[in-house]
Design a protein around this ligand. Structure first.
Ligand SMILES: NC(=O)c1ccc[n+]([C@@H]2O[C@H](COP(=O)([O-])OP(=O)(O)OC[C@H]3O[C@@H](n4cnc5c(N)ncnc54)[C@H](OP(=O)(O)O)[C@@H]3O)[C@@H](O)[C@H]2O)c1
Length: 259
């Protein structure tokens, strides 16, 4: 990639060690940004030399310690990718979800990005510039009640919050956007499909087809590659997208049936 349009920019990618976050971190580094990644475990592969900072960002006090140390060390964050998220709840519909499952999904997928934004935003507002991306999911628009009920609610709330924040801070120079992927082929997706297949007593191929069918099919005929999502994010944070704020970009190979 020759275009170094993000040179001089400091980017923070939460959950940037694996899957979609890793692809985004690598894409931003290719465009010249200095990239900081966070997660609970160090990355297995860090060929772009991202600055790794360890921490459980779903834990409020740990998240504040991590973000404060980043601001102290790097002085500012120009690009914030709230990518960390996922579902740790069992499948089986409403009856299997306890208060604890609901609380955990909301902490990880909604409150963690809200807290991280609250810590990073004052610096962006002072500089009158910055971009924040919230990685949501098409399940926030089209819920999968059997396997991802509580997660989908948290992601729906994240889309709403992202829109609200954009209304508040876009006039002050900070762009806020949401990216909602459909099914993306990550290791976590593979193990999610493996668990579903085991509990349904079927094969991963069959469960993949079932899940794709439950979404109404994927017209593109395949899951996204993490790089597909990274390419969109790379554009959205760039100066080429300087008029874009407040929108939710669905990247799902045509899955969502509604307009
Ligand atoms: N894959 C999909 O099909 C898909 C579809 C739609 C939306 N999404 C969304 O896209 C985002 C990335 O998904 P992914 O599939 O790429 O996930 P992934 O491969 O499981 O990676 C998740 C990243 O977040 C980190 N992380 C998880 N919990 C954390 C915590 N409590 N504190 C700090 N870091 C934590 C993980 O590292 P550690 O485990 O080491 O902490 C890892 O770096 C998520 O928000 C997900 O909801 C994914």
């Amino acid at each position: 990639m020759e275009n170094k349009e993000l040179t001089g920019k400091i980017a923070l990618v939460t959950g940037g060690t694996k899957g979609i976050g890793k692809a985004i971190a690598d894409r931003l580094a290719q465009a010249g940004a200095t990239v900081i990644i966070t997660a609970r475990n160090a990355p297995a592969d860090n060929k772009y030399g991202h600055h790794f900072i360890k921490g459980d960002l779903a834990n409020a006090s740990e998240a504040m310690t991590v973000i404060s140390s980043i601001l102290e060390k790097f002085g500012k964050v120009d690009i914030l990718i709230n990518n960390m998220g996922g579902s740790n709840s069992p499948s089986g519909g409403f009856g299997v979800l306890t208060d604890k499952h609901w609380e955990d999904e909301i902490q990880l997928n909604l409150l963690a990005p809200v807290r991280i934004d609250r810590t990073i935003l004052p610096g962006m507002l002072e500089n009158k510039s910055g971009v924040i991306i919230h990685i949501s999911s098409i399940s926030g628009i089209s819920p999968l009640y059997e396997s991802l009920g509580a997660y989908a609610v948290a992601k729906a709330a994240l889309i709403n919050y992202s829109k609200s924040l954009s209304k508040e801070v876009t006039p002050k120079g900070v762009r806020v956007l949401t990216v909602s992927p459909g099914m993306v082929k990550t290791e976590t997706m593979d193990s999610f499909l493996g668990t579903l297949a085991e509990s349904a007593g079927t094969t991963i191929d069959e469960i993949t087809q079932n899940l794709m069918a439950s979404l109404g099919g994927i017209p593109m005929g395949r899951m996204a590659d993490p790089k597909d999502v990274a390419e969109l994010v790379g554009y959205l944070v760039s100066p080429r997208a300087s008029y874009l704020s407040g929108a939710n970009y669905v990247i799902d190979g045509g899955t969502i049936p509604t307009i």
